[in-house]
Design a protein around this ligand. Structure first.
Ligand code: PAF
Length: 284
């Protein structure tokens, strides 16, 4: 491995200079972009990248342009020292922690067209979110120029958006979709989980359980029964508010019937208190 201990860069020029040397020595680069507040889900992406690449770069950047809700940006957890120690322990080679000014030196606002994909689910409920994601991911890809980049499937729609972005960029970066990591009680790992109170955390653990029952209902009784169940279950809790629960094909077109020969996925966004959580589950 080219790096003995983890190197930390905050400046684009310095990171690029280092990576140029690495690449000219024939090493491949794996990239894990994050917004920090790291958990084992992120560490699993680092492990997958390490197996697939000679050197792994992780970025930590809380990207302001992807937050449609300013209060959400303000409360987003930030634990940089802990994150750096966690990454070093996981054997990450390079950590890139730029400032907002470094990433956005000017008020440049690109607009991306992801068509249908930007009008459903997260795209519908978080207007402008994917434009911000595309803006920062494109910028990070241009800086790191990785061979492969690794993303968690909890953000299923985000992975699709990034694959579309890479196509639009005519880039050869391979986007690797990695499995969702779950806590012992089934809750999908997320940086936002640490913002939940103890009581909210208990309630949040119901999400994967509700999803599992909904899956069985969808398969046995149909999509409408599953949707009805999820609505009713979430309504039982004052601290829970459902934003959406949909059953879709792999391209995120809503489906009203499960056809065993067509892959289906259930996707949910739900507020527990003020914290918005998402999850998804393959149905067949
Ligand atoms: O999934 C995330 O953490 C972010 O959306 C990403 C991809 C790092 C872009 O800011």
């Amino acid at each position: 491995m080219p790096c003995k201990s983890m190197l930390i860069f905050t400046k684009i020029a310095e990171l690029k200079g280092f990576l140029k040397q690495i690449k000219s020595a024939g090493h491949t680069v794996g990239f894990v972009p994050t917004m920090g507040a790291l958990h084992n889900g992120h560490i699993s992406l680092i492990s997958i990248s390490k197996k697939a690449s000679n050197i792994t770069v992780c970025s930590i950047f809380v990207n302001p342009t992807q937050f449609n809700d300013k209060a959400d940006l303000k409360r987003y957890p930030r634990t940089p020292e802990k994150d750096a120690a966690f990454l070093e322990k996981a054997g990450c080679d390079v950590l890139f922690m730029p400032s907002v000014e470094e990433i956005y030196p000017t008020e440049k606002k690109e607009t991306y067209d992801f068509g249908y994909l930007n009008t459903v689910l997260e795209g519908k409920y978080r207007p402008g979110h994917f434009n911000g994601v595309a803006q920062v991911v494109k910028r990070l890809f241009e800086i790191v120029e990785p061979d492969k980049a690794f993303f968690g499937s909890k953000d299923y729609q985000q992975v699709m958006i990034i694959k579309a972005l890479v196509k639009q960029m005519h880039s050869t970066i391979e986007i690797v979709n990695c499995p969702i990591l779950r806590e012992e009680d089934g809750l999908a790992m997320s940086s936002r989980n640490m913002l939940l109170s103890e009581e909210e955390r208990h309630i949040a653990a119901l999400i994967p359980k509700i999803m599992e029952v909904a899956k069985q209902l969808a398969l046995i009784k149909g999509v409408d029964e599953a949707k009805h169940f999820v609505n009713k279950e979430v309504e039982r809790f004052e601290d829970m508010k459902l934003e959406y629960f949909e059953i879709c094909d792999v391209d995120l077109h809503e489906i009203s019937k499960i056809d065993p020969s067509v892959k289906a996925i259930a996707l949910i966004a739900v507020f527990v208190g003020k914290i918005r959580l998402i999850d998804n589950l393959a149905l067949n």
